[in-house]
Design a binder for this molecule. Structure first.
Ligand code: HEM
Length: 483
């Protein structure tokens, strides 16, 4: 009879249980600095699926491209939903597990089970008008993002036409937050403060916890307001597509939107800017960009440096062979798009500049649970990146590209900062910023010089509201320290 035992580097058997394999921690200093090496070491040791320790909790990390697709494309065999997690039901996941708070929020990204299909379908419906370029909502969003980009660039260039900036903190991160605020339909400067709280939550610093509490209250209030009095925004469209969605459930979905939009789109913008200004090996990116191929450039960037490097867990529905191991029913399985893209099976077929193979990448996921907001995210990022290259005559990295600082979490990887030297284009922007009154959640730029007066100017922004806005105060603080 054929043996099912596999010799894994002489140390383990393919039939061994996850817990018995004494997995090594994934999130080490090495992982922070050179994740690709960590993935390769794991691949050498274990093949396409490796046992890892995620901050004290064992899990399977899927490193193989083929195996990743197998998991992502078979939702019945590998469902999401923490209720499927054996170790959790057996009380073996510590109550203070650092990843608990992000995974225990039961929104569409995490959820499995019978309630999921209706929720996902409502998301698709609610996002549609923002993703269809012919719809007024999509046009308004694009214009608003371009306007925000202009405001942010004018703000960072307040000190002069030339200077230094952290394009991440001063542009790539706030821009998608502002876009998210537009999508959420925040009234007044309340949204602006919520954005700053989201930023604190994402940075997971000492003030993250009170910020999260405030943010959830704000989003709860927003959800209740939109149910009561719907508008032309995402929350209202989501409720219309999912009548009866309770206030707290809606608030969780809004939290998810804010998080996904701000972090991942911000990473995509920064990575694309770096790709363009540092050029690729063929020096083709600038040409591609000027030839109007921003999207293709971004597609390459998103594939080479996926913002979402590891996906939230799925669970084996039954004992299943994957790679060299048998994954037991209820074991957590994390697909790593970053590792799968480095799999020789995928990477080997890819040639630099090729746009055909890049379509098979996993950066937006695969199967029925792939990202429903790909178009939206790309539109926001493209509007931002395009505006950067229109408004700056000259932009160069203030550090060698291989010394740019990265930040990693178990889920994402992006630049910690993007230091640049810039020279603003000589002429004023060729399009006016979007009237402040049309921009939900953004109440105007305080004391900005160099922003052209708009002929049909909207009402003057409320300066008191400006002063209240923690986001703008924060951004203005970055300018002062920018000499
Ligand atoms: C560059 C930006 C983004 C990237 C790279 C990205 C990537 C992804 C990936 C890889 C998944 C699949 C995760 C999995 O299979 O477990 C996903 C799911 C999802 N994304 Fe995005 N995303 C981005 C932006 C956004 C934005 C802006 C939104 C909302 C407006 C969004 C909403 C969602 C939702 C709701 C899901 C869950 C879908 C489901 O489980 O059915 N994403 N995203």
């Amino acid at each position: 009879m054929e043996s099912h035992l596999v010799d894994i580097g002489g140390t383990a058997s393919g039939e061994a249980r996850l817990e018995e394999l004494a997995p090594q921690p994934l999130l080490t200093r090495d992982y922070e600095i050179r994740p690709a090496l960590v993935y390769e070491r794991l691949r050498d040791l274990h093949g396409p699926v490796a046992p890892v320790d995620l901050l004290g909790v064992p899990a399977w990390l899927v490193l193989g491209y083929r195996e990743s697709l197998e998991v992502l494309q078979d939702d019945a065999a590998w469902p999401k939903g923490l209720e499927n997690w054996r170790a959790r039901s057996e009380g073996r996941v510590p109550a203070d597990w650092p990843l608990g708070p992000s995974l225990e929020v039961n929104h569409v990204l995490i959820q499995g089970g019978p309630a999921y299909p209706a929720l996902r379908s409502a998301w698709d419906t609610a996002l549609r008008p923002f993703q269809d370029p012919r719809q007024p909502q999509a046009k308004r969003l694009r214009n608003a993002v371009t306007g925000y980009a202009d405001e942010l660039i004018s703000l960072l260039a307040q000190g002069g036409r030339t200077g230094h900036a952290d394009l991440s903190a001063q542009f790539s991160r706030p821009l998608p937050l502002m876009a998210a605020s537009h999508l959420l339909g925040f009234p007044g400067s309340q949204g602006d403060d919520a954005l700053m709280d989201m930023w604190r939550v994402l940075d997971a610093g000492p003030d993250a916890e009170p910020a999260l509490e405030r943010l959830l209250v704000t989003l709860g209030d927003l959800a209740a307001a939109k149910i009561e009095k719907p508008g032309d925004d995402f929350p209202s469209l989501l409720v219309a597509a999912h009548p009866g969605l309770p206030v707290d459930a809606l608030a969780r979905e809004l939290f998810m939107l804010l998080g996904m939009t701000s972090d991942h789109v911000g990473i995509l913008i920064s990575n694309t800017v770096v790709e363009v200004i540092s050029g690729d090996r063929e020096g083709g990116v600038r040409t591609a960009l000027s030839a109007g191929m921003v999207r293709e450039t971004m597609n390459r960037v998103v594939m080479r440096k996926p913002p979402l490097v590891n996906f939230v867990p799925r669970f084996a529905a039954e004992d299943t062979r994957l790679g060299k191991y048998t994954i037991r029913a209820g074991d957590p399985v994390w697909v790593s798009s970053a590792a799968a893209h480095a799999d020789p099976l995928f990477a080997g077929q890819m040639t630099t500049g090729s746009s055909i193979s890049s379509r098979a990448h996993l950066s937006w996921g695969a199967g029925r649970r792939q990202c429903p907001a790909r178009e939206l995210a790309s539109t926001i990022a493209m509007a931002g990146v395009s505006r950067v290259f229109e408004r700056f005559d000259h932009l160069e990295l203030a550090l060698p590209v291989d010394q740019l600082p990265w930040r990693s979490s178990p889920f994402m990887r992006g630049l910690r900062s993007l230091p640049v030297r810039y020279e603003l284009a000589g002429q004023l922007p060729d399009r006016s910023p979007v009237p402040v009154a049309d921009v939900p959640g953004v109440t105007g730029v305080p004391e900005v010089t160099g922003v052209p007066n708009i002929p049909d100017a909207p009402p003057v922004p409320d300066q008191a509201a400006n002063r209240r806005s923690s986001l703008w105060r924060y951004l203005a603080g970055l300018i002062r320290s920018n000499d």
